[in-house]
Design a protein around this ligand. Structure first.
Ligand code: AMP
Length: 217
C-alpha cells in the first residue's frame, strides 16, 4: 500500500494514518512529526525548520524532498507507506513522482480529506501534543487518560505554538495557496479519492474500508 493523505491542517490525516498504518502494517511518515523530532533533537534540519514551522509557513521544498526521500527509502519503497503531510506543494508532488518512478513504484491512491473550516478550527484549537514523545491528543475527542499528561511518557502535554488562532489562519491560507492545487494535479492522474474529513473517526474509517474494497487495496 502506497498512499498520500491530502487535506488542510486539522483534517484528521494523522489520526487516520496512524490507524491505517497499524492495520495494514506499513510505515506512517508524517512530515510535521518528523520535522518536530528534528527540532527536539536540535539537528541541522531542525534548526532550519524551527522558525518557519512556528510561524506556520512551509519549510523549503529541497529540504523536505531530501528528508522524505531518505525516510521512504529507510521504510522501504516496496514495503509500502502512508505519507501524511507530504507532498504539500506542486514542486514536492513532482519530486515525489520522480522519486517513485526511479524506484519503479507508483502510488495506489491519494486520499483527499475534504474538511470544513469550522471543524478545522475546532480540532486545531483543542489539539495538544506531548513535547517529549510527540504523541497527539484532543481535549475532547482524544483526551489523555490523566488530564494534562501524556499517556506514553507522563510529560505535561502542551498546545503547539502553530495551533494558536493567528497561526492557524496563516496555515490555512498557505494550504489554499500551495497545497489545494494538488487536488487537481492528482485528480488528473486518476489517483484522487475524496473522503469526508468532517466525519468522526469511526464513520470515516468505515468509509475508508469501503473505498479500499472498491479500489482493491
Ligand atoms: P503538520 O504537523 O503536518 O501540521 O505540519 C506542521 C508544520 O510543519 C507545517 O505548518 C509546516 O511548517 C511544516 N511542514 C510539514 N509538512 C511540510 C511539507 N510537506 N512541506 C513544507 N513544510 C512542511
Amino acid at each position: 500500500m502506497r498512499l498520500v493523505l491530502l487535506g488542510p491542517p486539522g483534517a484528521g490525516k494523522g489520526t487516520h494514518a496512524k490507524i491505517l498504518s497499524e492495520k495494514f502494517k506499513v510505515s506512517h511518515l508524517a512530515t510535521g512529526d518528523i520535522l518536530r523530532k528534528h527540532i527536539r533533537e536540535q539537528s541541522e534540519i531542525g534548526s532550519r525548520a524551527k522558525d518557519i514551522i512556528e510561524r506556520g509557513g512551509l519549510v523549503p521544498d529541497e529540504l523536505v524532498n531530501e528528508m522524505m526521500a531518505g525516510e521512504v527509502e529507510r521504510a522501504g519503497v516496496s514495503k509500502g507507506f502512508i505519507l501524511d503531510g507530504y507532498p504539500r506543494t506542486l514542486g514536492q508532488a513532482e519530486a515525489l513522482n520522480r522519486f517513485l518512478k526511479s524506484h519503479n513504484a507508483e502510488l495506489d491512491a491519494v486520499l483527499n480529506f475534504a474538511t470544513s473550516e469550522r471543524v478545522i478550527i475546532d480540532r486545531l484549537s483543542g489539539r495538544r501534543i506531548c513535547p517529549e514523545c510527540g504523541a497527539n491528543y484532543h481535549i475532547r475527542n482524544i483526551p489523555p487518560k490523566k488530564e494534562g499528561s501524556c499517556d506514553r511518557c507522563q510529560a505535561k502535554i502542551v498546545q503547539r505554538k502553530d495551533d494558536q488562532p493567528d497561526t492557524i489562519r496563516h496555515r490555512l491560507a498557505t494550504y489554499e495557496k500551495e497545497t489545494y492545487p494538488l487536488i487537481a494535479y492528482y485528480r488528473e492522474k486518476n489517483l484522487l479519492q475524496d473522503v469526508h474529513g468532517d466525519w468522526d473517526v469511526p464513520e470515516l474509517q468505515t468509509e475508508l474500508k469501503e473505498l479500499f474494497a472498491q479500489i482493491g487495496l
